[in-house]
Write a protein of this length. Sequence first.
Length: 243
Amino acid sequence: MIEVRDVRKSFGDVKALKGVSFTARDAQITALLGPNGAGKTTLLRTLVGLLRRDAGSIAIDGVDPQQDPMSVRRNIGFLTDQFGLYERLSTREYLAYFGQLNGMSKPDIARRIDQVTELLGMEDIVNRRSKGFSQGQRIKVALARTLLHKPRHLLLDEPSRGLDVMSTRALRRALVLLREQGCCVIMATHVMQEVTHLCDDVIVIAQGQSVAQGTPQQLCERTGIASLEDAFVSLVGEEGIVA
Ligand SMILES: Nc1ncnc2c1ncn2[C@@H]1O[C@H](COP(=O)(O)OP(=O)(O)OP(=O)(O)O)[C@@H](O)[C@H]1O
């Protein structure tokens, strides 16, 4: 479970987070919805302890990532917008390296590489070096790395960008499986269809503030609007300004 209370973060004069609060539960996929520049990436980076918050509290299964970053990172998979692939390593070598960093045994690593390769349909690239990989291929490798150690918490920053239809479906299947296994998934996305079909809970963030949380249906009921996309626009205002 991830609990966030009144988290604030500025970069100089830019107030990226101005008070974000929510709870993301285990065995749920929680969408983080917000306009460009709303603070989603900043929030995710703060949750894993890559950025220091200025104020507020964060508890990941009760642990503050600022107090104990290593223990939090062992239990988290984080897909960022920067994939950080090593071009001279094959996908298999790259995944094995991260498996070792996460303290997995060799047989475990070999088994999991086979599983994520099948899950994400990566058979064609698992033995290729990543130099020259397409955007979709790069994101698959990064996703595989994120899933390899079966993290208790999964934070995904726009995971389906650049994926083709088959890969998007594979990603959704992988997330549903993780949810069944009790994983707490938070996913920043702009794809409303993904939210409607996949997500149990939605956090709406605008201008650095959390403005609403609920199931897609609850957000529609709250705004009196049938479509989630229109409800979202109503909640954040046409210009991304909180209604
Ligand atoms: N390192 C930084 N230095 C200065 N400003 C930053 C930095 N990182 C983020 N910001 C600013 O903080 C605000 C929130 O940015 P963030 O990337 O978190 O938004 P986002 O919701 O992820 O946006 P998008 O949907 O466009 O990816 C923006 O105004 C951005 O310009």
